[in-house]
Design a protein around this ligand. Sequence first.
Ligand code: MD6
Ligand code: FE
Length: 217
Amino acid sequence: MTADLLENVPDVRASEEVIADGAVLLRGFAKTIEIELLEALRAILEQAPFRHMTTPGGHQMSVAMTNCGNFGWVTDRTGYRYDPCDPQSGKPWPPMPGSFRELARAAADRAGFGGFAPDACLLNCYQPGARMSLHQDRDENDFTAPIVSVSLGLPATFLFGGLKRSDKPRRFRLEHGDVIVWGGPARLVFHGVAPLAAGEHSLLGHQRINLTFRKAR
Ligand code: MD6
Ligand code: FE
C-alpha cells in the first residue's frame, strides 16, 4: 500500500551524489528558495557591494567578492584573513540572513554533517572569463566543520582535485541551485572554478554567484 502511494512522488534524495569521501553534490537543493535567496542577496549588496580584492602577490582577483555574517574572508597585500568588518566601509559585514543560515544547515545535515552553524558567508560573483585557481580553504580555525557551497545563475565547471595540489582535478558542471557540501576527509581538497562561459540566466543575467558558508572561528 505504502509503496503504491509513493510511486509517483519524486525522490528528492535521488539527487544526492557522493563525489568523494566527505563531499556530496546536492543538485537543485537551493531551487525552491531561490526567490528568498535573491531578495536577501540584494539587501546584502546594498550594504556591502561586490569588489575585486587583491591577493598578497599583488594580483587583482577576476572574481568579485563580498561577505555576510559575523566574519568575512578578505585578501589584500598583507595576506588572507577573516575580518568582522568590511575594510571598504569600516562597518561590520551585513548579518547572515535566516534563509542563508537555514539552507546551509539543511544541506550540511543532508550530507551527514549535523548541526552546522556557519559564522561566515563568502559571496563570489563571476562574470564571463572569471575563474578561481586551485586552492584549499584553510583560513578557518576549525576544520571539523564542513563548507557548504551554493551555486546561482550561470553554470560553471567546478574543478575538484585531491589533497595534493598535483592531483589531477575532476570536473563537475554546477548549475543554478546546486549545492556542494565538503567536510571530514574532503575538507582540505584542492578545488577551483574554470573560466566562466558567456551565457544568460533567466534570474541572474550574465553572471554566476556562489555562496560559501564556513565556520571561521
Ligand atoms: C566557487 N568555491 O564555487 C568557489 N571552496 O565559486 C570555492 O572556492 C569553494 O565552492 C570550498 C568549498 C566549496 C567551494
Ligand atoms: Fe574554496
